[in-house]
Design a protein around this ligand. Structure first.
Ligand code: MLC
Ligand code: AMP
Length: 506
């Protein structure tokens, strides 16, 4: 009986007393102890009548138990659907209903909000808090610490990750066992991870970066992680002496560089710093190198594709580039209109193909056809070029996307909420440079009649949208700039407000 993902990531560690998770309370969870927890959780899921192909939605704080739910799902062939802890009840409603989740696991503080949704969609509900307690764990306690592994094929689904779209409607990216495993295998070798590695893990585990890139690679190589609930530069520096490597979004690096305790000596023993999920400014690269003498390794990925390109481990890591196509991944630059491959050096849409590329969007065959070509190439919506040395450079986005601190925000989602408020004729949301988050959303609002009540817009955003999506500024304008076709010129707005957060004099 086989289950490729479980067999590669988890099964080799059964019975091994090797360190896996170093925790904030000073304790260390071994691989074996982790797998015992996972087996008990798996037993509890099966007792709730979940079986292979069912979905478990999970919105909980980061903890070893939350990661053990992932392991349990893989072992039992259940599709794992992690959700950003910032999502509001109104956002969750869509994910739970759309995925048809049979079980929702949430923080106890969210249970009352989620219960009516679960009741309507006939999902069961269990709790798990940030310290690893809750009704899920109560049910798991009576389960055996060893459990059977459900047979799966590499093509079977392992996870759904929801990613927002241009229309404001999120899409469930269906990821197979092979998508996850092939990428973890490539990254482990490309970045030279071994069992001697200790990774500083401060990313959330509900997105590709923290879950699949960081955790899968570390499970595959047999190393350990300093598993922190969230990013805090003091905590990072406290644990850096025992670590060999870190993965983070650019905000991690700018915040570390702003910290007095981050010195050449503090980083001297570190083998590797990796960045991704959002563009890293060349200045950050240079500042990092002049402080530490080390070059950050930047790579490029997406929810739908896992990782596509990476700067090399050995060899030049070029600032402002995301490196080469990973082994087994094809990358080409295409004409946005015709889809024809462009000559080297020209700017176009980045398309990628490989075992890492997802199977499609859940219950959205049309969206899948629009973005995933029949020959297997996925149209990323990122604009890029390949330089003379073969390095891929991301120069912009063809898609109307804002990335704030590594989180994606589609303007449409915010515009829909703002447009619904009284006194609003229309609105346009754009991303402008932000010193901490890289980019932040600004809402430009055109008044209707007596005009809008800004407090009302703010509170509507608070009810409907996760905090990270809230516009950091609301600007009232008589009319939106439009081109001759009547299309809103977002570029003009981005230009007008580009120094809103970075101009220290204002
Ligand atoms: C938190 N806030 C954010 C935010 N994160 N606002 C905008 N953008 C964000 N990313 C809110 C908080 O709720 C808080 O609200 C306020 O902003 C300030 O909080 P903070 O304490 O400064 O933020 P912090 O909790 O430290 O979080 C910042 C962060 C975090 C950058 C550390 O966002 C983070 O870990 N980001 C990583 C995201 C990630 O993993 N992305 C990978 C996606 S996968 P208030 O109410 O206090 O004002 C992917 C594919 C790939 O993209 O290639 O990897
Ligand atoms: P997500 O949908 O959250 O997986 O975000 C994927 C998007 O993040 C990509 O399409 C890119 O726009 C962006 N991204 C990821 N890594 C990088 C990077 N190293 N540089 C620039 N953009 C990146």
């Amino acid at each position: 009986m086989t289950n490729p993902l479980f067999d590669a990531l988890f099964a080799p560690h059964l019975g091994k007393d090797t360190p896996f998770l170093h925790l904030e309370d000073g304790t260390t969870l071994t691989h074996d102890a982790f797998l015992r927890k996972a087996a008990q959780i798996g037993g509890a899921l099966v007792e709730l009548d979940l079986s292979a192909g069912d979905r478990v939605a999970l919105q909980v704080h980061k903890s070893p138990e939350a990661l053990a739910v992932y392991a349990a799902c893989v072992q039992k062939g259940i599709i794992f659907l992690p959700l950003n802890t910032g999502y509001t009840a109104s956002e969750l409603d869509y994910f739970i209903e759309n995925s048809g989740a049979k079980l929702v696991i949430c923080d106890p503080s969210k249970e009352n909000d989620i219960a009516p949704i679960a009741e309507r969609t006939r999902a069961q509900i269990l709790t798990l808090d940030g310290s690893g307690d809750g009704s899920l764990i109560e049910s798991a306690k009576s389960q055996p610490e060893m459990t059977s592994t459900t047979a799966r094929n590499g093509d079977d689904l392992a996870a759904f990750l929801y990613t927002s779209g241009t229309t404001g409607r999120s899409k469930g990216a269906m990821l197979t066992q092979d998508n996850l495993l092939s990428n973890a295998e490539v990254l482990k070798d490309y970045w030279a991870f071994t069992r001697a590695d200790v990774l500083l893990h401060a990313l959330p585990i509900f997105h590709t970066h923290g879950l699949f890139v960081a955790s899968n690679v570390m499970l595959l190589c047999g190393g350990a992680m300093v598993f922190m609930p969230s990013f805090n530069p003091d905590t990072i520096l406290k644990h850096m002496p025992r670590a060999t490597s870190m993965m983070g979004v650019p905000t991690f690096y700018t915040r570390l560089l702003d910290h007095d305790g981050f010195t050449r000596e503090a980083a001297a023993h570190m083998r590797l710093f990796i960045s991704g999920s959002a563009p890293m400014l060349s200045e950050t690269h240079e500042q990092f190198e002049s402080l530490t003498g080390q070059r950050i390794l930047e790579r490029y990925g997406m929810t739908e594709t896992n990782m596509n390109t990476s700067n090399p481990y050995e060899g030049a890591r070029k600032a402002g580039t995301v490196g080469f196509a990973l082994p087994g991944v094809d990358v080409k630059i295409c004409d946005p209109e015709s889809g024809a491959t462009l000559p080297q050096g020209e700017i176009g849409v980045i398309e990628v193909r490989g075992p890492n590329v997802f199977k499609g969007y859940w219950k959205m065959p049309e969206k899948t056809r629009e973005e995933l070509r029949e020959d297997g190439f996925f149209i990323t919506g990122d604009l890029g070029q390949i330089d003379a040395d073969g390095y891929v450079q991301i120069v912009g986005r063809g898609k109307d996307l804002i990335i704030s601190g590594g989180y994606n925000i589609y303007p449409k989602e915010i515009e829909m909420v703002v447009d619904d408020q009284p006194g609003v004729k229309e609105s346009a949301v754009v991303g402008v440079p932000h010193p901490d988050f890289g980019e932040s959303p600004v809402a430009v609002v055109v008044p209707d009649g007596a005009g809008p009540d800004i407090d009302q817009i703010t509170s509507a955003c608070a009810t409907e949208l996760a905090r990270f999506k809230h516009p950091r500024k609301i600007i009232i304008l008589d009319a939106l700039p439009r081109n001759t076709m009547g299309k809103v010129q977002k570029n003009a707005l981005r230009e007008d407000y580009k120094t809103l957060f970075t101009n220290t004099e204002s």
